[in-house]
Design a protein around this ligand. Sequence first.
Ligand code: GAL
Length: 350
Amino acid sequence: MKKMTFFVLRCMLCVMLLTGCGASEEQIRETDASGENIRIGFSFDSFVIERWQKDRDIFVSTAKEYGAEVNVQNANGDLEEQISQIEYLIEKQVDVIVIVGIDSDGLSDVVTKAKSKGIKVIAYDRLIKNANVDLYISFDNEQVGTLMGEALAAEELPNKKVLMLAGPTSDHNVSQIETGFRNVMDANGIEIVDVMYADGWKAELASEYVNNHISQMENIDAIMCGNDMLATNVIRTLAENRLAGKIKIVGQDADLEACQRIVEGTQVMTVYKPVEKLAQKAAEYACQMALSTPVSQNLENGKYRTIFDGTYDVPCVVLEPISVNADNMKEVIIDSGFHFEEDVYLNVRR
Ligand code: GAL
């Protein structure tokens, strides 16, 4: 079915060319109707965090349905390695490079180089600043922070004091999440007593923080964790200090361990971001771009937003995140197939 769609897409493109209403002639790259020759490079930060394995698998399988081949690169959290891997993809002359950037500021030059070679670039889930990417596709990250804040505001917080153990400032999403979270805390008179930014999303930094501030934990009602891996380390360290369950925890990514904790009562909520939808849409846009179909003509029929990357206004598509707690775990996580029921409720007698 997808190959037929692709064939129709190719025909549409030819019609647009003949009528002069589509991409210019020189933009069209030679691929056959089935898209067999489409080559996509996908540069990942790392696969340590559970969700990225799902993003990778769904992206690759969707792209293959369109007949495209995907060259996946894993930088293991090292920016210099990511830059050299992107350079490698440029030398391979792929049609499109999709990037989960390790650092929103550190990739501008290599993205500019890719674009100068006629390669389209998609910033996947994390904005790459000052690079004029052809598309930024992510979730509404400010809403992620808002959902975390609203979940805590709905709890009885006796001291109205919380900590924020966030991701790295090098990840543009982190500042957006912080904005949403702070807005809700301010609106509800809840004090953010301290903030820690975990460089490279290193979860051990969260354990270190809690251990170094264990005496202050007595007055803390809740901890906003930038993702579920940070939450795992925080909860483990609190338990080692006999404080588990006394401090409310929120996170994001809907990791399996976090979903288990939520139904077991040791984590209040997580933010689920339908990565299967993100990966599918990104793969579809990448394949369309490979045929040099102008992005604007594809993004939701041209009704796309733009986001300022520090220098340029770039096309962007943002999907909606979903707050998940024990009440809607089945409806959101199990029914979507994101995790199996027997895995989430492994330790819960039903
Ligand atoms: C962020 C992303 C989050 C989470 C985090 C790593 O960039 O927005 O969803 O995946 O990386 O856990």
